[in-house]
Design a protein around this ligand. Structure first.
Ligand code: FES
Length: 157
């Protein structure tokens, strides 16, 4: 089992009985899985059906809401992720908006910055990321965290 820190997200795909795929994310670090795919889903937030995520212009901001239950404490949480198609346009990539410099939230870049290839901008110290979350300017030391597939059922960064 992998232990994940607080800023770590886990994404999960679910296949329903009607064949509808949905992606869920985990806003707080819980316990991830091994190849047997054991994931604590109690605090996951749904991003909705993949068919809906695949619509519209990319990259796009996708909000989520969830309730996290930790022992007797219940906490409502809201947040968002950035979703884009990968370079081959054959799958979606889901990016955390948490800046990899010091943890501020990177927002959508202004139009003039977009013309220079900056898709996400962190106002705290001027961090710049391209549409795939790659750090291209300012102090961020690495790309935005991106969810990776652990198995057929779960995605994790
Ligand atoms: S926290 Fe984002 S650039 Fe420093």
């Amino acid at each position: 089992m992998n232990s994940l820190n607080r800023r770590t997200f886990i994404a999960k795909t679910l296949k329903g009985t009607a064949g509808v795929m949905a992606i869920s994310i985990l806003p707080l670090g819980l316990t991830a899985c091994n190849n047997k795919t054991r994931v604590d889903t109690s605090s996951m937030a749904s991003l909705g059906p993949i068919s809906e995520l695949e619509k519209g212009e990319f990259p796009k901001k996708v909000p989520y809401k969830t309730t996290v239950q930790d022992a007797w404490v219940e906490q409502k949480m809201e947040g968002f992720v950035y979703v884009n198609k990968n370079k081959n346009e054959d799958s979606l990539i889901i990016m955390s908006p948490v800046c990899t410099h010091l943890g501020c939230i990177a927002g959508n870049a202004e139009q003039d910055m977009k013309e220079e290839g900056v898709a996400f901008y962190c106002p705290c110290h001027g961090g710049e990321y391209d549409e795939f979350g790659v750090n291209i300017g300012g102090p961020p030391p690495r790309p935005l965290d991106i969810f990776k597939r652990l198995s057929r059922m779960a995605l994790s960064i």
